[in-house]
Design a protein around this ligand. Structure first.
Ligand SMILES: Cc1cc2nc3c(=O)[nH]c(=O)nc-3n(C[C@H](O)[C@H](O)[C@H](O)COP(=O)(O)O)c2cc1C
Length: 204
């Protein structure tokens, strides 16, 4: 018997940069604006600034300890991502990689991410492509499904969004078409994997 999800999948937009004056807020605002008009998913912004965690210092990896949270900060982060059916990570590129804030947050959880799809919005000199490629590899270790369709914000668009006197999500309108494709694909995978997770939880 197949399980049909009753509600649109819950998609978390993870804002990875936590530094003052971060650019990442702008693409995150564009994403939330555009995703709010879609009926095939429910989007929620998750800002890593709201989940400050120490550099990972636990005696055992979350792949072993699972949801046995050692403190409230980690429990709150774990319970947050547990609620998602899929993720869009908004990431900068720092020294050709993704930021330590994001890796640290990822390392604090494991089963909460398993068997969920993830895609990416990157920005920088090569649209965050190097950071995104690395994240795809890490996502596999988290037993996630990294998707092909990602969004790369290249310097020309990044600069015009940075220089604009007044920010409006429409500054990223040239990427609306790419977002449509990526969001539809993410919703498909989120539905498919939510149904599969529910079936395996029910058992034969
Ligand atoms: C530590 C550091 C390293 C950076 N390395 C890169 C890089 O490798 N490639 C790149 O395209 N931009 C790089 N940049 C520039 C970032 O793209 C730019 O600062 C961007 O605004 C960072 O995102 P954020 O403002 O959301 O934190 C780097 C910035 C910082 C702070």
């Amino acid at each position: 018997m197949s399980v049909v999800p009753l509600a649109p999948p819950r998609i978390q937009v993870i804002l990875a940069s936590t530094r003052p004056g971060r650019f990442g807020e702008k693409p995150a605002a564009w994403l939330m604006d555009r995703l709010s008009t879609r009926t095939d998913l429910d989007a929620e912004l998750v800002d890593l600034r709201d989940h400050p965690l120490p550099i990972f210092d636990q005696p055992a990896p979350p792949a072993h300890t699972l949801r046995d949270y050692p403190n409230e900060a980690i429990a709150r982060w774990g319970r947050t991502v547990d609620e998602a059916d899929g993720f869009i990570v908004v990431t900068p590129e720092y020294n050709h990689g993704y930021p330590a804030s994001l890796k640290n947050a990822i390392d604090h959880v494991f089963p909460e991410l398993n068997r969920k799809p993830i895609t990416f919005v990157g920005y920088g000199n090569v649209g965050g492509a190097r950071a995104i490629e690395q994240l795809r590899l890490v996502a596999v270790e988290l037993e996630m499904a990294p998707l092909r369709h990602a969004i790369h914000i290249l310097p020309e668009l990044m600069m015009s969004a940075m220089k604009a006197n007044t920010f409006t999500p429409d500054l990223f309108a040239p990427l609306d078409g790419r977002l449509d494709v990526a969001a539809a694909d993410l919703a498909w995978w989120a539905n498919a994997l939510a149904a599969a997770r529910a079936e395996s939880a029910i058992g034969p």
